[in-house]
Design a protein around this ligand. Structure first.
Ligand code: HEM
Length: 382
């Protein structure tokens, strides 16, 4: 307690001293420079210590600690769920490099994006309590949720990142899923996403959301259905259209979702496991071609789900879809904002007031954040 109140006093002192740091775009800031800020460095140490301290406390007080859960992706390995606090910043940075390596060798960008989306997309803004409200809390690692029909095939995503989770025990699943997804978007040529980390994991399969919170691809009234599901998450029409643009990546496989052809001229040779039907010819490249293709519907080898088609049929959605089809910069800007929102849905951050942000170069939308280095920023809006 004394330690925490010292932390609070330190933060108050920092605010008073104007040490809240905002980095201007394009200014190269390295850890060395960050280290010059004595208080920030101390604060960083405090974050490590406090998150570990909380871990130990939860170990002492949580009866979950003594239970063993079967985890998909860590098959036949006992798992005790003690690591529930914020992820370790240094480990996040290293894990990001390992994810890039994985992407370069396995071409698994699409399924990692889908993994992050399906963990976060269960959020229900009408439920206040965590974790009942769902969202980005790592619950998708449990078999019971992976078996939901909407998650068919995502066990493969868990298997792909399993070794990274094992290597970095200081990273929560909730953070790892979102880190993998944002890194995949960026590595596929998409925008830099202003991510923050420190999500707490749920600790038992009992805390998984019930089935049926994610959208269907072919409901009777696609636009209404999309609004029902995404409004429940607290998202709006712009978010719906921008986020649907993630289908610029990847393929649908009939043996998983029931949608798409088993193979097309764009997918028969991979890369990665061949097969499925993509929305775009270059389905490992993140650009605005999805909007061009679903508008024209001129190629039978490309997929247009009923919910994709709705983006040009509904008058409100159409405004955004038309814009994104001709203006890739506008799409990237809106996508980055919506993706960041999605990645935070329902998440509980620990510690709540301090977040870790980093990226891979270039600028970010909204507040200017220096990418490429680990930056600790106070008071990031959750
Ligand atoms: C708008 C409602 C949405 C519906 C109805 C929908 C539906 C689907 C379906 C049916 C698949 C094929 C899955 C398979 O057979 O393996 C799929 C794949 C995919 N979805 Fe969505 N999706 C939606 C929104 C999103 C969002 C918001 C994102 C990300 C921000 C996203 C990212 C992806 C990606 C990247 C894939 C390709 C996965 C792969 O190649 O393994 N989707 N989606």
């Amino acid at each position: 307690m004394a330690f925490l109140s010292f932390g609070k006093r330190l933060r108050a002192k920092q605010r008073k001293g104007g040490v809240l740091i905002r980095y201007a775009r394009g200014i190269a800031v390295t850890i060395t420079v960050v280290n010059q800020f004595r208080h920030l460095n101390l604060l960083r140490t405090l974050i490590h210590l406090s998150s570990h301290g909380r871990s130990s406390l939860s170990t002492l007080f949580s009866d979950h600690h003594h239970r063993k859960y079967h985890q998909v992706g860590v098959v036949n390995r006992s798992f005790s769920s003690t690591k529930c606090s914020a992820s370790d910043p240094d480990q996040l940075k290293n894990a990001r490099e390992d994810i890039k390596e994985l992407l370069n060798t396995k071409f698994c960008h699409p399924i990692l994006v889908r993994l992050g989306w399906h963990d976060a997309g269960t959020y229900n803004k009408n439920i206040k309590e965590w974790p009942q409200r769902g969202g980005a809390n790592g619950s998708l690692r449990f078999e019971i949720e992976l078996k939901h029909a909407a998650n068919a095939g995502l066990v493969n995503a868990l298997k792909l990142i399993e070794h990274i989770k094992e290597k970095y025990s200081g990273i929560t699943y909730a953070d790892l899923f979102q880190l993998a997804s944002a890194t995949a978007i960026e590595e596929a040529g998409g925008p830099k996403i202003p991510m923050k980390y420190g999500r707490v994991d749920v600790s038992s399969p009992n805390e998984c959301p019930e089935e049926g919170r994610l959208p269907d691809a072919g409901p009777p009234s696609p636009a209404n259905h999309l609004r029902e599901v995404f409004y429940r998450m607290g998202l709006d029409d712009k978010d719906i259209v921008a986020l649907s643009g993630a289908h610029t990546l990847g393929r649908s496989r009939p043996e998983r979702s029931g949608w798409g052809k088993s193979e097309t001229k764009y997918t028969k040779d991979g890369p990665g496991a061949p097969g499925g039907q993509s929305w775009t010819p270059e389905w490992l490249k993140f650009d605005n071609s999805y909007f061009k293709e679903i508008k024209e519907k001129r190629d039978e080898d490309l997929l247009v789900l009923p919910t994709d088609a709705a983006l040009f049929e509904d008058s409100s959605f159409k405004v955004y879809a038309e814009k994104y089809a001709v203006d890739q910069d506008a799409f990237f800007k809106d996508y980055a904002e919506s993706h960041a929102k999605l990645s935070n849905l329902g998440a509980k951050f620990n510690p709540p007031e301090i977040s870790v942000l980093f990226g891979t170069g270039g600028g970010s939308i909204g507040e200017r954040i220096c990418w490429n280095d680990l930056v600790i920023l106070e008071n990031v809006v959750q």
